[in-house]
Design a protein around this ligand. Structure first.
Ligand code: DX5
Ligand code: ZN
Length: 226
């Protein structure tokens, strides 16, 4: 599935950061068979966020499997100097790349570099303490804006309640062609509220992988949006 196909639909994106890495291929397979097509892949560098998470080597290990079924790998770079890693992430099979507002002095030139590297989808993420107004002011040309609903770094954190209001503000500021992604702490009980506020790319880590029955958890999140 090309980027412009999945980005136009509402997507629940399993966040692989919460997967069981000893069974990564198996869990990706189960979710592909359940209908998931966009997988969120969190890269953390130990600087911009405290933990080192996963990178191109792990991305590459599942890229063929995901692409064969028409899926996409949506890479969230929680790292400083993200542009230094674009080529490696693209070569490993990343389809889209999202960089953080907080580390980009010139978001426009980072966007241009991402396009030069062949990314069809390019996103701009921002932390809970960053103002939606500041981000919207420099978001022109980006395909998506990721409104973090937790402090980036770890899966399994509680959803920050102010996020619904931030999504509403962002929706009013951005053109409708710019998609809003919400990332962190989404579960059955709150996913609808961010969707109603204007988000259409909904990332879910522990609410899928933290439960025994992955297909059931994924389907319940999708059903909450119906
Ligand atoms: C947080 C990551 C998120 C995270 C989501 O730093 O950017 O993508 O994996 O996980 P949950 O849904 O468990 O908050
Ligand atoms: Zn993320």
């Amino acid at each position: 599935m090309p980027w412009d196909a999945w980005i136009r639909t509402v997507e629940v994106e399993p966040s692989l950061y919460a997967a069981d890495f000893a069974r990564l291929g198996e869990q990706v397979d189960v979710l592909l068979r359940t209908g998931a097509r966009a997988f969120h892949f969190d890269v953390g560098d130990g600087h911009f966020v405290p933990p080192i998470t996963v990178g191109p080597v792990v991305l590459q290990s599942i890229a063929d499997q995901v692409h064969r079924e028409g899926g996409v790998l949506d890479c969230h770079l929680m790292i400083e100097e993200p542009q230094r890693h674009f080529a490696a992430i693209r070569a490993a099979g990343g389809d889209s790349v999202t960089v953080h507002y907080e580390v980009c002095a010139e978001p426009g030139s980072v966007l241009a570099l991402a396009r030069e590297n062949g990314f069809e989808g390019v996103g701009l993420a921002f932390n809970p303490e960053t103002s939606p107004q500041a981000v919207a002011a420099v978001a022109e040309g980006f395909d998506l804006v990721n409104c973090m609903s937790v402090h980036p770094g770890y899966s399994g954190q509680a959803f920050l309640e102010g996020s619904v209001e931030r999504v509403k503000q962002l929706r009013a500021l951005l053109p409708l062609s710019t998609h809003i992604q919400v990332d962190g702490g989404l579960d059955f009980d709150n996913i609808r509220s961010v969707y109603d506020a204007g988000a259409d790319l909904l990332v879910a880590g522990s609410s899928i992988f933290g439960r025994e029955d992955l297909p059931r958890s994924y389907r319940r999140l999708v059903a909450a949006l119906a």
